[in-house]
Structure formats: C-alpha cells, structure tokens
Ligand binder design. Sequence first.
Ligand code: FES
Length: 141
Amino acid sequence: MPGRPAPRRRTVLSAAALTPVAGLGLTACSPDDDGAAPARPTAPVDLGADGEVAKGAATLFPDGNVVVSRAENGSLKAFSTVCTHAGCPIEKLEGAKLVCPCHGSEFDARTGEVLHAPATAPLIELPVEVKQGRIIASPGA
Ligand code: FES
C-alpha cells in the first residue's frame, strides 16, 4: 500500500499560522495503525494561488490529499482524496474523475460521489476558502 507523501513546504501552513481545531479527530485510519492516510488534513492546508483552479475544472493537490473544483459561477468545492474504500491516497485525476490506484474506485471530483466501486461512500467534503489570493482547505468537522 503506498505511503503518505511527505508534505512540501507550501503544503502546510507554518505553525504560527495554524489554529488548533478543538475536537478534531481522524475519521479513518492513521498512518500509524495500518498505513492508510488520514481522511482529513490535520490543519489548514495552503493549496496554492486562487488562479490554479479554472472555472469548470478540477485540480488535484496530491501533497495535501485534496481535490478542488470550481463551478462556472466561481464557487469552490474541496474533497479529501483519501479513498473511502481502504484509505489509499488518490493521485490520478482524469478530467473530473478521480481514480484510486489500489482497487480502482472512481469518484467525481466535483461532487465527491462514487462513480465506480468497490468504494460505496463519497469522498469527504472539506471547507475551502480563498484568503489573500490563496486557496485554503480546512479539516472541517
Ligand atoms: Fe481505493 Fe480500495 S482503497 S479502491
């Protein structure tokens, strides 16, 4: 099972900029127990400049295990790209389709919905916003 890639410098905000999220717990396996990636980021993640996600498109940010899509009206949606089947990080985006390398599940990057089994649960939606021209995804609930 693939390991979780080490975050690059821009992936995780500096410790000074982070606010601990009370009650945040991992909702899936952590790398310590069976090698699966955490289902949610553990802190807000700076994904890059706002312009990196075009209207009507989706962009995969594999270092943060997040996919972000932008509707035609400009609104953003973000989903964890940790597969809901067995926790593999998804690192392949074909148009708007995410393909899991482990057992072939497919998800819609715009809605998080399952397009192809064995996964049955949709991807976890993450809060996302633009702050000072940067796309920031948060762990959420
Ligand atoms: Fe993704 Fe099994 S972990 S299909």
